[in-house]
Design a protein around this ligand. Structure first.
Ligand SMILES: NC(=O)C1=CN([C@@H]2O[C@H](COP(=O)(O)OP(=O)(O)OC[C@H]3O[C@@H](n4cnc5c(N)ncnc54)[C@H](O)[C@@H]3O)[C@@H](O)[C@H]2O)C=CC1
Ligand SMILES: O=C(O)[C@@H]1CCC=N1
Length: 264
């Protein structure tokens, strides 16, 4: 029996498995994966040294990590829903613990998690909500998975849709902002490589400063602004196009979508 089975071997499963193995939290031979009708399972096994099972019914592990799309859960549950498993960890956006319990009636304990894509370099942040209090060894297992990919916060399940909107989807917003900086940089006359380097280093340096400095984002923003200067000229444009409201509306749309996914 394996320690972990990943059901779904796509982008997030790959990020988590890579993080777990690179950090030494688990050894490749303790992990197996299964995917749908694509090459992701075989690819993940080849890239990390874990095993790949072609038939989902054949998975056999103490902890099953559900990492398929919410839309694929019904099919997965049809194949393995009745199996006995000590622990089921789900990273599916929206899918509630009660829905998971319906689908996996024989699971010992269910934990709902929202990680993010920075897991790929162990710089993610994950929030998790257990169905009920975990046994110490189950708590340790959840930490083994999540600490290998970044920071971990325990929260009530009711907060997980908002977590999804902020930190789960958040890397997508930052990447879009980076793409917008690069596009604008090129229109200012830089070649792609230079625009990319200037943009990425600006985001990286600013994020690290935010983490290390005691000042708030607003105070740091103000420290960049000289009276009558260039930054204020740019921020006026943000303000005129309602930047903060756009961000707020976007996060509420993501939260709403997470709640809709719970009804699949
Ligand atoms: N991509 C992201 O940044 C984040 C994704 N998530 C959640 O992670 C989950 C996976 O997302 P991604 O990795 O982006 O998706 P993906 O599309 O890259 O991977 C989906 C995986 O599920 C597999 N699959 C499909 N049908 C299957 C079946 N019947 N049995 C077993 N495996 C099956 C696919 O073959 C693939 O390996 C989603 O539920 C999503 O809500 C959570 C946080 C962040
Ligand atoms: O877009 C999605 O639905 C998933 C959940 C959070 C990030 N990606």
């Amino acid at each position: 029996m394996k320690k972990f089975a990943f059901v779904g071997a796509g982008k997030m499963a790959s990020a988590i498995v890579s993080g777990m193995i690179k950090s030494g939290a688990v050894r490749p031979w303790d992990v197996e994966c299964v995917s749908g009708a694509d090459s992701t399972g075989a690819d993940l096994a080849r890239n990390t040294g874990i095993s790949h099972t072609a038939k989902i019914e054949n998975i056999n592990a103490e902890t099953v990590v559900l990492a398929c799309k919410p839309q694929q859960l019904a099919e997965v549950a049809q194949s393995i829903g009745q199996k006995r498993m000590d622990l089921v960890i789900s990273i599916l956006a929206g899918t509630t613990i009660s829905k998971l319990r319906e689908r996996f009636p024989n699971a010992g304990k269910i934990v709902r998690v929202m990680p993010n894509m920075a897991a790929l370099i162990s710089k993610g942040i994950s929030c998790f909500a257990p169905e009920t209090e975990l046994e110490p060894d189950q708590e340790k297992t959840v930490e083994t998975v999540l600490k290998a990919i970044g920071k971990v916060i325990k929260c009530p399940e009711a907060q997980l849709d908002a977590v999804t909107a902020l930190s789960g989807s958040g890397p997508g917003y930052v990447f879009e902002f980076a793409a917008a900086l690069i596009e604008a940089g090129k229109e200012l006359g830089f070649d792609n490589e230079t625009a990319k380097e200037l943009s990425i280093q600006t985001i990286l340096g600013s994020a690290m400063l935010l983490e290390k400095d005691e000042r708030s984002p607003e105070e740091l923003r103000d420290a960049v602004c000289s009276p009558g200067g260039t930054t204020l000229a740019a921020l006026e444009v943000f303000k005129a196009s309602n930047f903060r409201k756009t961000v707020k509306d976007a996060l509420f749309a993501a939260e709403k979508r997470s709640k809709e996914l719970s009804r699949l």
